[in-house]
Design a protein around this ligand. Structure first.
Ligand SMILES: Cc1ncc(COP(=O)(O)O)c(C=O)c1O
Length: 397
C-alpha cells in the first residue's frame, strides 16, 4: 500500500478496496467483505448500483459542470423532487454535510439580521452532536476532542445537554438564532433524540423566534425508514441539512428551507462552485427514483426491526461484551463493555470479512446499505458473535 503521499489525517485500515457490488466491497485479492457501514452511511442503494452508474455516465457524457452562474436541469429537477417530497419550499446544494450545516448556520443568522434582530446570532447545539469539520460546523460540534488545536473557532455557539427536556427552557432565549440537532446522533455512538425532547425543542423554538435545524446528514435519506428523518420522528424543523446518502456515493449536500425562509439568502450571500453539480444531481435523482421502485422505506422498517431484535439477542447472549443496542431503522449502535474495545472488535470483524463502524462511547455502529437483506443481517450478527466469542470473557476492570 503506497499511502505515503497522502496526508496522515486518517487512520486507514490495512485493506485496499478495488470494487464494490451491492452490500459487498472487494479487495485487490478478490476477497469480499460484507459492508455494514456503507462508506459511513453513504451507499444506501449499495455499491456500484447499475442505475446510479448509468445516470452518472449519461450525465458525464452530456454536461459535467456549468457552475451556479447558470440554471441546469439536474439541480433544478432535484430541487423540485426534494421540495415536493418534503413540503419545504427551496433547496440549496453544496458538496458535503459540513457545508450544508455551514449554509444553515449562515441562513439562520442572515434571516434574523433581515428581520432587524442583529443580536440574534447564537446557534444552540447539543452534547454528543456532530456537525462537521469546517470551522463553523466544528464550532457547533460539542465534543472538545475534535477542536483541540483549532481554536479560535467562530463565536456565537452554545450547547445544552442532549435529551434533557428541562434544560431547554434556560438554553433558548432572545439571542438564539437557531438550534441544530441530529434526530438520531450518529458519531456519538447512535443516540436517538427522545420524542419529548424534540417536541419541546420545536415548541420553544417557535415560541421564542429561533429556527430549528435538523442535521439529517447521517440519519436522513431513508435510513430511519422514511426519506426524511423528520418524518420518522414526527417533528417538523424549519431547515433540514442532508448529504452522505443523497448522491449514493457522489458528493452532494443539500439544505431544504421552509417557505418563510425562502428569501433569507439573496444573490451574493452564499454560494458554492460545485454545489449541485450536474453529475452529482443526476446521481441523486436516480437514487430517488430507484428507492421508490424498491419501496425502500418499507424494507428499511422491516429489516431494521429485525436487525434491532437480532442485536438485542446478541447482546443478551454476550452480556460481558455488549450492552443493549440503540438506534432506529438501519442506524444502529451496539455499545461495547470495557475492557473490550469497539475498534478492536471491528478490526477482528474485518479479518472475518465484515466491515463495521465505530462510534463514540465505545460503540459498534451499523449503517449498512439500505438494501441489506435479513440473511445479510444474520451474517453480520453471526460474525460479531464469532468475534466476541473469540475474545473470550475478560474480567472488567
Ligand atoms: C450528523 C452529521 N453532520 C455532518 C457531518 C459532516 O458531513 P461531511 O463529512 O460530509 O462533511 C456528518 C459526518 O459524519 C454527520 O454525521
Amino acid at each position: 500500500m503506497n499511502d505515503s503521499a497522502l496526508l496522515a489525517n486518517y487512520s486507514r485500515a490495512p485493506v485496499r478496496f478495488v470494487a464494490g457490488e451491492g452490500c459487498y466491497l472487494i479487495d485487490e485479492r478478490g476477497r469480499r467483505y460484507l459492508d455494514a457501514i456503507a462508506g459511513i452511511a453513504v451507499c444506501a442503494l449499495g455499491h456500484a448500483h447499475p442505475g446510479i452508474a448509468e445516470a452518472v455516465a449519461r450525465q458525464a457524457k452530456t454536461l459535467v459542470h456549468a457552475s451556479n452562474l447558470y440554471y441546469h436541469e439536474p439541480s433544478g429537477e432535484l430541487a423540485g423532487e426534494l421540495t415536493r417530497r418534503s413540503g419545504f419550499a427551496r433547496a440549496f446544494f453544496c458538496n458535503s454535510g459540513t457545508e450544508a450545516n455551514e449554509a444553515a448556520i449562515k441562513l439562520a443568522r442572515k434571516a434574523a439580521y433581515r428581520r432587524g434582530e442583529s443580536e440574534r446570532t447564537t446557534i444552540l447545539a447539543f452534547s454528543g452532536g456532530f456537525h462537521g469539520r469546517t470551522l463553523g460546523a466544528l464550532a457547533a460540534t460539542a465534543n472538545p476532542e475534535y477542536k483541540v488545536g483549532f481554536e479560535p473557532l467562530p463565536a456565537g455557539f452554545a450547547w445544552a445537554p442532549f435529551n434533557d427536556v428541562a434544560a431547554l427552557d434556560a438554553a433558548i432565549d432572545e439571542r438564539t438564532a437557531a438550534c441544530i440537532v441530529e434526530p438520531v446522533q450518529g458519531e456519538s455512538g447512535v443516540h436517538p433524540a427522545s420524542a419529548e425532547f424534540l417536541a419541546e425543542l420545536r415548541r420553544l423554538c417557535s415560541e421564542r423566534g429561533a429556527l430549528l435545524i435538523f442535521d439529517e446528514v447521517q440519519c436522513g435519506m431513508g435510513r430511519l425508514g422514511n426519506l426524511f428523518a423528520f418524518e420518522s420522528v414526527g417533528v417538523r424543523p424549519d431547515l433540514v441539512t442532508m448529504a452522505k446518502a443523497l448522491g449514493n456515493g457522489l458528493p452532494i449536500g443539500a439544505m431544504l428551507v421552509d417557505g418563510a425562509l425562502a428569501d433569507a439568502l439573496q444573490p451574493g450571500d452564499h454560494g458554492s462552485t460545485f454545489g449541485g453539480s450536474p453529475v452529482s444531481a443526476a446521481a441523486a435523482l436516480a437514487h430517488l427514483q430507484i428507492r421508490d421502485e424498491l419501496d425502500l422505506d418499507r424494507h428499511v422498517r422491516s429489516v431494521g426491526e429485525y436487525a434491532f431484535a437480532q442485536l438485542s439477542m446478541l447482546a443478551q447472549g454476550f452480556p460481558a461484551h455488549f450492552e443493549a443496542p440503540r438506534g432506529r431503522g438501519l442506524l444502529l449502535g451496539l455499545p461495547v463493555r470495557e475492557p473490550y474495545r469497539a475498534a478492536e472488535l471491528a478490526g477482528e470483524a474485518r479479518e472475518q470479512g465484515l466491515l463495521l463502524g465505530v462510534g463514540g462511547g465505545n460503540t459498534l455502529r451499523l449503517a449498512p446499505p439500505l438494501i441489506v437483506t435479513a440473511a445479510e443481517i444474520d451474517r453480520i450478527i453471526e460474525t460479531i458473535g464469532i468475534v466476541a466469542a473469540g475474545m473470550g470473557v475478560l474480567a472488567a476492570k
